[in-house]
Design a protein around this ligand. Structure first.
Ligand SMILES: Cc1ncc(COP(=O)(O)O)c(C=O)c1O
Length: 456
């Protein structure tokens, strides 16, 4: 490809050398699971999200293995909001995962995918009455978040003339700050205990589970030890004082992926705690505290990002290059913050998808939006690429294809590469018809000319 002329500029460079992370500056990645980036772009256009089924399954099996080797009653439940593409959820369900949903929409999606009601965990601060009614009918595990939900469930129990089994979300001090106290009922100030005592006294709801999600991208395994310890001791208090038998402990999600936070110096792939470290502290603590329960509880995990982030790639093309007025070089990519919600938190790996010059410069990578905030990366040592060349952005499998914005640009297609290296489109690229199908124009606006009426 003929390279575009770029005005010469003197700057220090690191030709062909290893940088401090051991990466040669000339490195590139031109395929995903054996499928060429160039052929994917040709078939599906750019930008393009690509998921590796092999990585999803490997990550799941590794995590499930780590936990179930250490504690026999373990159940993973796929956190839909992390990535609710039907194809991705289907992989997790095939592997044995239940569904963890936090809205009526997600609940309906899980049902449509054929997840049995009793294998759906219903969390979140807003569960509309109709959704609760359906979840009760389907015998789902409902973890109550607030008093309104408790009142609504009590009303449903009265209508059904039978008690309803529920779990309760607990928030507690696990040493992670700021603590997510807005969800559920607090352990330390006794609001959890007094709520349960009140709920128990009516006999309309039967408490079966304790749920707690302390936060996300938690870098401290010890916080889970504290969580399990506090939940177990709380279960004991409920057993001793209210004769409540807790059957499951759901510790939510929160384990980090291999991504690198903006505040981290070294790459996350080298420094973030791995799933086995979390499994060890959690299972050891639970094993040591089984006497807090009438029988060993089911341990539920709603791990999201740690299972899916690494399986997702975003292919993006360079659509322009320019020097800013201070001389800093920049590239304009066709994928920006509209598709990369997580660029707010992470320094994703951004790798050229073809051989390139070994001269690296400190650059800015912009997205395609006509918005000043559309910066994919404010500083990166990067080679000068030309329009039409591609980059691979990774890991982007968690939260981006659920939190992406349809803003200014159509959202791109998504492809899954199966374990045999065959690729499948799992979501089509948006187009004008799709974008306008929910819109309508009132008749008076369809007339070509506006007939002005005098205003009184
Ligand atoms: C209740 C609940 N469970 C599970 C998750 C998944 O968390 P993560 O992706 O950090 O594992 C979340 C995300 O915030 C959540 O709110």
């Amino acid at each position: 490809m003929k390279r575009e002329y770029q005005k010469p500029r003197i700057s220090p460079h690191t030709e062909g050398s290893m940088n401090k992370f051991g990466h040669a500056s000339g490195s590139y990645k031109d395929s995903i699971d054996g499928v060429k980036v160039s052929s994917l772009i040709k078939e599906f256009g750019s930008p393009l999200f690509v998921f590796s089924e092999r990585t999803v399954r490997d990550k799941y099996r590794q995590a499930a293995g780590e936990f179930s080797h250490k504690y026999s009653r373990v159940q993973f439940s796929w956190s839909y909001k992390t990535n609710y593409l039907d194809a991705i959820c289907s992989i997790f369900h095939q592997e044995g995962s239940w569904a963890e949903v936090v809205s009526f929409f997600e609940y309906e999606k899980a049902m449509r995918l054929g997840v049995p009601g009793e294998k759906i965990i219903f969390n979140g601060p807003y569960k509309p009455y109709e959704a609760l009614k359906l979840a009760v009918k389907m015998k789902s595990k409902i973890n109550v978040d607030n008093m309104e939900e408790i009142f609504n469930l009590e009303k449903l129990a009265a209508e059904l003339h039978k008690p309803i089994d529920v779990g309760i979300r607990i928030n507690l001090d696990a040493g992670i700050y700021p603590a997510w106290t807005r969800f559920g009922f607090n352990l330390e100030n006794e609001s959890a205990f007094s709520t349960i005592a009140k709920m128990h006294s009516t006999g309309k709801l039967r408490l079966k589970g304790l749920h707690c999600h302390i936060g996300t991208f938690i870098m401290e395994p010890k916080a889970y030890k504290t969580t399990v310890q506090k939940l177990a001791l709380f279960a004991k208090k409920l057993k001793d004082e209210l004769a409540i038998k807790i059957e499951y402990i759901d510790i939510g999600g929160g384990f980090p992926s291999s991504n690198t936070l903006h505040t981290q110096y070294l790459p996350g792939s080298q420094t973030n705690p791995t799933i086995d470290e979390f499994a060890k502290v959690i299972c050891d603590e639970l094993m040591a505290r089984t006497d807090c329960f009438s029988s060993p509880p089911l341990l539920i995990l709603e791990t999201g990002r740690a299972l899916i982030d690494d399986a997702g790639y975003l292919i993006s093309s360079v659509v322009g290059a320019k020097r800013l007025t201070d001389g800093t070089p920049s590239l304009i990519l066709d994928a920006g913050v509209n598709l990369l919600f997580t660029s707010t938190w992470y320094k994703h790996n951004i790798i050229p998808a073809q051989p390139h010059s070994e001269f690296l410069e400190n650059m800015v990578l912009f997205g395609p939006l006509c918005m000043n905030i559309d910066i994919v990366r404010p500083h990166i040592q990067f080679p000068s690429l030309s329009a039409g060349e591609q980059v691979l952005i990774h890991p982007v499998g968690a939260y981006n294809v659920t939190q992406w914005m349809q803003f200014i640009q159509y959202r791109p297609a998504i492809v899954l590469i199966d374990e045999n290296g065959k690729h499948h489109q799992v979501r089509a690229k948006e187009d004008l018809e799709y974008m306008t199908m929910l819109e309508s124009i009132p008749a008076h606006l369809k007339e070509k000319k506006h007939k002005a009426k005098p205003r009184k």
